[in-house]
Design a protein around this ligand. Sequence first.
Ligand SMILES: [Fe+2]
Length: 228
Amino acid sequence: MVDFHSHILPNVDHGAASLDISIQMLNAAKKAGVTKIVATPHFYSHKDSLHSFLERRSTAITELRNYIAENSSIGIDIICGAEVALGHKLLSHDLKQLTIEGTNAILIEMPMFDHWQSWMFDMLYEIESRFSLTVILAHVDRYGKEKAERLLDMGFLAQINAESLVRGSFGEKRRMRSFCKNGAIHLIGSDAHDISERTYTDLILASKKLPRALLSYFEENALDILAN
Ligand SMILES: [Fe+2]
């Protein structure tokens, strides 16, 4: 399985707070059958500098990859990425530096405001046209029914958190699975931050409970994106 959204890198954002936590997250991911993790620490353009973010991320990824190289039984590749928050200052940055490693794809998080404004939707298209990137919408399940439907209608690639497929109400799970079945949602992620609250538990559950065909669909989409 490819975990397409994880805050496993140590000391970059409010995800893993130490290498030890990252290692425990790796071991949990292994239980879900994860072989690749797209590491997506938060980048907030309104309060972080791109240079500082990239430096922190580079230190963290080296640290984690060194541990994995010395412990070959882990068997998980870490792919460098970011969860990029949409915001007014975003387009002033060179967004090509925030793509998922080896691809032209960028994981974008929409604001958690009550009301979305039209500039936010315009910016999604602008990210694609100005920087020649492919937008992947992060955790479309977290915005509520109306917003999720509006986003999915726009036709971008979309990632869903495992939580909504295994832990939501019956109706919610059915609705989200039908989006996946209809090809509106393409990727699954843990969005794991730690080992106590936002953990790998739901991805482990998803690996056991979701239909094989759906898990294969997520895997194939992830591998296609990472191969380009
Ligand atoms: Fe996240």
